[in-house]
Write a protein of this length. Structure first.
Length: 290
């Protein structure tokens, strides 16, 4: 047998409405089967996962005898044809994970009775979702491979220093208060950034471009980062295209305090696309035109 494709995963016996899984492992003896087959296979094994939620497949991710892992979800009656097109190179995949894939240990660290999002170092609570989780992942939110490699570069001449004219500054001037994110004052602050996306591969493909906001630290209830916009672009081999995003400081650069107030912190904010980022500085009160 020259090549082996293993179809593994979950079913509605493990995940469905009104039913919670107790762990993140593949049920039964699937892990042992995958490892055993990969050990004796002549060529690297392809692992196709049929499941709706994440599973801890760290053992497969680190196994050199497993050449690829394809998450297919629950693809329906046409799923077999779609999977075959991907495996035989007739279609260039470009999807990104919509959730974080946590390791099995996460189920021991986060009880179902604790719905807190933010991490708590005092209790070693790691947090929930890509916005606050500080631990290791099997695959992070937004991860996804393709038969092409893509590069990202910020090319816009967006203002690197924002003067939040019209917004009320706090005392001391650590942040600005927002009463309505869609107000005229907020609308006037909107700006555009452009990301140049290049297909470095030899085949055409479509890739999602994810624009994140990152803060230099996650104190005061700030997330580690958060997705503020995304779009999809189709590129031929070696083709480059600009992708434009509209950024609303009142909506995208803000956070909610413990008192329930929406504010924009002064100082550094970073817009990220791929591994590239651009710094946006929110000016302090003394530098604002109020």
């Amino acid at each position: 047998m020259d090549h082996v494709v293993l179809f593994m995963g979950l079913s509605l016996d493990q995940e469905r409405e009104d039913f919670d899984r107790s762990d993140l492992l593949l049920p039964g003896s699937q892990q042992e089967l995958i490892t055993s087959v990969a050990k004796v296979a002549k060529n690297p094994v392809i692992l196709v996962l049929l499941c709706g939620g994440p599973v801890d497949v760290s053992f497969a991710k680190t196994n050199p005898k497993i050449g690829a892992i394809l998450w297919a979800g629950y693809p329906g009656q046409a799923g077999g044809h779609a999977i075959a097109q991907v495996l035989f190179g007739e279609y260039n995949p470009g999807g990104k994970l919509p959730v974080t894939w946590y390791p099995q240990d996460y189920t021991k660290q986060v009880p179902m009775t604790n719905m807190n999002m933010r991490a708590d170092n005092a209790t070693k609570y790691p947090g929930r979702t890509y916005r606050f989780y500080q631990g290791k992942t099997v695959f992070p939110f937004g991860y996804g491979l393709s038969y092409s490699n893509y590069s990202y570069e910020f090319i816009s001449k967006a203002k690197k220093t924002l003067k939040l004219v019209g917004l009320k500054a706090a005392h001391p001037a650590s942040h600005y208060e927002i009463t309505e994110a869609k107000s005229k004052e907020c609308q006037k602050l909107n700006f555009t950034v452009t990301v140049r996306v290049a297909n470095l591969g030899t085949v055409e493909g479509r890739t999602p471009v994810l624009l994140f906001l990152r803060w230099p630290n996650a104190s005061n209830g700030r997330p580690r980062k958060q997705l503020i916009d995304f779009t999809s672009v189709h590129l031929k081999a070696k083709e480059t295209k600009p992708v434009e995003f509209s950024v609303s400081p009142c909506e995208h650069l803000s956070r909610v305090t413990e008192e329930g107030k929406r504010v924009i912190d002064t100082g550094s904010h970073f817009l990220m696309a791929g591994e590239k980022e651009i710094e946006i500085t929110v000016a302090e009160r003394g530098k604002n035109e109020l």
